[in-house]
Design a protein around this ligand. Structure first.
Ligand code: SAH
Length: 397
């Protein structure tokens, strides 16, 4: 086999040696063997020594996505099988749990599978191929998933913007086996949810919040809860089980709130005096403030405000705004549960934003708990970008 090589500029191999899985175009001195997009290339340092092996893509700023640092690792079907096996082995506790049947099986780079997301919803798998590195090998990956997981069907949700940056078109639809129903019923910590895997956000459900939802249930008994950015009501269902007095769900999408209401009904909470308000969270919180409405608990789980570093400044203003408004709406001694899922906004910066919000709200705010993405969304030490979800529970006086 004639190898194709990417030769790095002098002094640009450090991040590769530190096992960061991306090589940007600027680090490359020259490319030999005329690789096509999606071909396997060996990465050499400027002294012609092998440093890593990965997938080449000229269409992307991330020119090479690294798969292995072991020169003996061939990228064949068995390679994908080993990687998928390892990812599944890391989720054994969830796989065996009688209480939960929906979780992330593959978390992309953090599992050594660049750009690949595999989420399990009961007997169904929902996949995203977000990079050429896995798009090109989708047949091996799909066949191996069928073999290892034996799903009833695999559905694809690669309808995301990042594919464009890889020179790939968006794709969605059935990939293999039976087509899942429009709403899949899942169990999470013994609560049931209907998940719209075909049109819902991400692959249908915010699986990364599973542990946090459970963790914060202790704040709900007897309380009035503002569930801002409610989506399909996952936090609301947990709050209702925990005995929340009343839950005010706010989301800008009526469609997701309808599903939130159905999810509440399905769990036996159809007859409560909860509220489902289709509204902009910023606006409704200002209105509540003007009307002097106060809550015992406010949950803020907004969408990603910063999609990249350039958007961080604007995003921090948004985070500060909603958190300031949220704090103002909390009764003294009440609880703020607040999140940011923007990877570009680090935990330290998020805390600074909360600090600014507390000062402007004029409240005495204490962090009493820190929250993060669940264990099925691991953070790879050599790829800190895999950490994106951060949250705090605060007591607001
Ligand atoms: N907490 C949810 C996930 C929230 S996702 C869960 O655990 O499942 C973010 C939600 O915010 C989406 O449903 C989106 O429709 C909604 N949203 C985005 N911008 C909004 C805004 N300005 N006002 C109200 N809702 C908004």
């Amino acid at each position: 086999m004639i190898t194709k090589q990417v030769i790095l500029k002098p002094g640009r191999e450090k991040s590769v040696n530190n096992r960061h899985p991306w090589i940007f175009s600027g680090a490359i001195n020259r490319v030999e063997g005329d690789p096509s997009n999606g071909d396997i290339v060996d990465v050499w340092n400027n002294r012609a020594r092998f440093v890593a092996r990965g997938v080449y893509n000229e269409r992307s700023q991330i020119r090479v996505r690294l798969l292995t640092w072991n020169p003996n690792d061939l990228i064949d079907e068995d390679f994908w099988r080993r990687r998928l096996r390892r990812a599944i082995a890391g989720r054994q506790a969830l796989l065996e749990s009688p209480d939960t049947d929906a979780y992330r099986l593959v978390h992309a780079e953090a599992d050594g599978l660049p750009g690949l997301i595999v989420d399990r919803y009961g007997p169904w798998l929902v996949v995203q191929f977000l990079a050429m590195a896995v798009e090109r090998y989708r047949n091996s990956i799909v066949n191996t998933l069928i073999d290892l997981v034996a799903p009833q069907g695999i559905f694809e949700r690669s309808d995301v913007d990042v594919r464009e940056q890889e020179g790939l078109v968006p794709l969605t639809g059935p990939v293999w086996g039976e087509v899942p129903p429009d709403l899949i019923e899942i169990v999470e910590n013994r609560h049931t949810f209907l998940v719209d895997v075909k049109f819902g956000h991400k692959t249908g459900f915010y699986l990364d919040q599973r542990e946090n939802r459970q963790t914060v249930t202790k704040y709900f008994p007897g309380k009035e809860v503002l569930n801002a950015f409610a989506y399909t009501g996952a936090f609301a269902v947990y709050a209702a089980y925990a005995g929340a007095k009343r839950i005010i769900n706010v989301d800008s999408s009526e469609r997701v709130l309808q599903l939130a209401e159905r999810n509440m009904r399905r769990n036996g909470f159809g007859d409560r005096e909860d509220v489902y308000a289709t509204a902009d969270v910023f606006e409704i919180m200002r209105a509540y403030q003007a009307n002097k409405w106060k809550f015992d608990v406010v949950i803020l789980d907004p969408p990603k405000f910063a999609h990249n570093k350039r958007q961080v400044e604007k995003a921090t203003r948004g985070y500060k705004d909603i958190n300031m408004l949220g704090m103002k709406l909390i009764k003294p001694g009440g609880i703020l549960i607040t999140f940011s899922c923007s990877g570009a906004v680090g935990r330290e910066l998020f805390q600074k934003v909360l600090f600014g919000a507390a000062v402007d709200a004029g409240r005495h705010v204490q962090i009493i708990e820190r929250l993060a993405q669940g264990p099925d969304h691991p953070v790879l030490l050599t790829y800190p970008e895999s950490e994106y979800l951060k949250g705090c529970t605060c007591r607001v006086w």
